[in-house]
Ligand binder design. Structure first.
Ligand SMILES: Nc1nc2c(c(=O)[nH]1)N[C@H]1C(S)=C(S)[C@@H](COP(=O)(O)O)O[C@H]1N2
Ligand SMILES: [Mo]
Length: 320
C-alpha cells in the first residue's frame, strides 16, 4: 500500500482552516447555510464517546472543525491526492491526475425501481434540494487507513422521500457512470464495471447517510466522486460509491462490486468493526492519513450510538 505522510497540522492552522471555511460559508450565503444546529450535531457525531446527548445539547455546541479528543481534519491535499477510484487508476496517488478534466456537466441521476414517483434528476436540480449541510465524518477504508473529511451534502433520505419508495422496496442499489471514454481504467478488467453498491432501505434512510456534492466548502473534485457520491460513515469506504448515475429501489439485496469480487473478504454490510478481521489482515487498528502511528478502530467507525439499533438481533460476524 502506498503511504503518503503529510505534515501534522498545528492547532494554529486548525483555527485558520476553521475561519477559512466559515468565511467560505459566509461568502456563499444562500447556497451554503451551515447552521449551528447541523454542525453541532455533526460535530457531536464525530466526537461522540459513550456519553449520550440530546438535540438541545448538540445545538449548543460551538461550530468547530476539530474534536476535543484531537481528531483533526485531514488536509485538503491528502483528501484529494490519496484516493481509491479504480475507474481512473488503482494507484491512489495517480487518481487526481488521471481524473483531471473529468466532465460532470451535463449529468443526471435516475431514481427508479420500486417507487411511486420515479424521476431523472439533473445534477443542478439535485443541488437545489436544499442548502448543502456540512458533515464532518471519519472515513475508514477497509485497507486500514482513515481520514476526517468535511463533506458538503444532503441526507439521502431527502431524495428518497421525493420519489416515494413503495411498500415492497427493501433495498437501494447505486450505480456509477460506465463510460470508458471518460473513465479510462474501465478499459481494464480490474473490477466488473460499472461499480455498484447497495444499502438496506432503513440504512439508506438513516440521517447520517448523505449524498455529497462537495468538500472543504467547495465543489466535489473528480477524484472524490464528482458530481455526487454516497457517504455512509459507519461502513467501510468502498460502500461510499462515487460518481452516481442511478439509484434503484429493489425488493432483494443488490449485488455489490467488492462482494462479487471476493465474497469471503467483503460482505454486503461491511460495517466498520474492529472485532471482525479481514481474512488477510486485522481491522482492530487504523492509520489516520497525515498522522504517525496507529489508533484503535471504533465499532461502527464511532457512530455506534446512532446506528447500532439498525443491526439489533443480527450476528455481525455472519452479516459482515
Ligand atoms: N465508483 C467507485 N466508488 C468508490 C471507489 C471506486 O473505486 N469506484 N472506491 C471506494 C473506496 S475503496 C474508498 S476507500 C472510497 C475513497 O473515497 P475518497 O477517495 O474520496 O477518500 O471511495 C469508494 N468509492
Ligand atoms: Mo476503501
Amino acid at each position: 500500500m502506498l503511504i503518503k505522510k503529510s505534515e501534522d497540522i498545528k492547532s494554529s492552522e486548525i483555527t485558520s482552516k476553521a475561519s477559512y471555511l466559515n468565511r467560505r460559508n459566509f461568502m456563499k450565503g444562500a447556497v451554503l447555510a451551515t447552521t449551528a444546529t447541523a454542525t453541532g450535531f455533526l460535530y457531536r457525531s464525530l466526537t461522540r464517546t459513550s456519553r449520550s446527548s440530546t438535540a438541545a445539547d448538540a445545538a449548543n455546541q460551538p461550530v468547530q472543525l476539530v474534536s476535543p479528543s484531537g481528531e483533526k481534519l485531514t488536509t485538503l491535499q491528502d483528501i484529494t491526492h490519496y484516493n481509491n477510484f479504480y475507474e481512473f487508476s488503482t494507484n491512489k496517488g495517480a487518481v487526481a491526475d488521471k481524473s483531471k478534466g473529468f466532465v460532470t456537466h451535463p449529468w443526471t441521476v435516475a431514481v427508479e425501481g420500486l417507487v411511486n414517483r420515479p424521476k431523472v434528476f439533473d445534477i443542478d436540480d439535485l443541488a437545489k434540494l436544499g442548502p448543502p449541510e456540512e458533515r464532518i465524518y471519519r472515513l475508514r477504508c477497509v485497507e486500514g487507513w482513515s481520514m476526517v473529511i468535511p463533506w458538503l451534502g444532503f441526507p439521502l433520505a431527502k431524495l428518497l422521500d421525493l420519489v416515494q419508495p413503495n411498500s415492497s422496496a427493501k433495498y437501494v442499489e447505486f450505480t456509477t457512470l460506465y463510460d470508458s471514454a471518460r473513465m479510462p481504467n474501465q478499459n481494464t478488467n480490474v473490477l466488473d464495471w460499472p461499480y455498484v453498491e447497495g444499502l438496506r432501505l432503513d440504512e439508506a434512510m438513516h440521517p447520517l447517510a448523505i449524498l455529497a456534492t462537495g468538500l472543504y466548502g467547495d465543489t466535489l473534485p473528480p477524484q472524490d466522486g464528482a458530481p455526487v457520491r454516497l457517504v455512509v460513515p459507519w461502513k467501510y469506504g468502498f460502500k461510499s460509491i462515487k460518481s452516481i448515475v442511478k439509484i434503484k429501489l429493489a425488493d432483494s439485496q443488490p449485488s455489490t462490486t467488492w462482494n462479487m469480487y471476493a465474497p469471503r473478504e467483503y460482505g454486503f454490510y461491511s460495517n466498520v468493526n474492529p472485532r471482525v478481521n479481514h481474512p488477510r489482515w486485522s481491522q482492530a487498528r487504523e492509520r489516520r492519513i497525515g498522522e504517525f502511528g496507529q489508533r484503535d478502530t471504533l465499532l461502527f467507525n464511532g457512530y455506534q450510538d446512532e446506528v447500532a439499533s439498525l443491526y439489533d438481533g443480527m450476528d455481525l460476524r455472519v452479516n459482515f
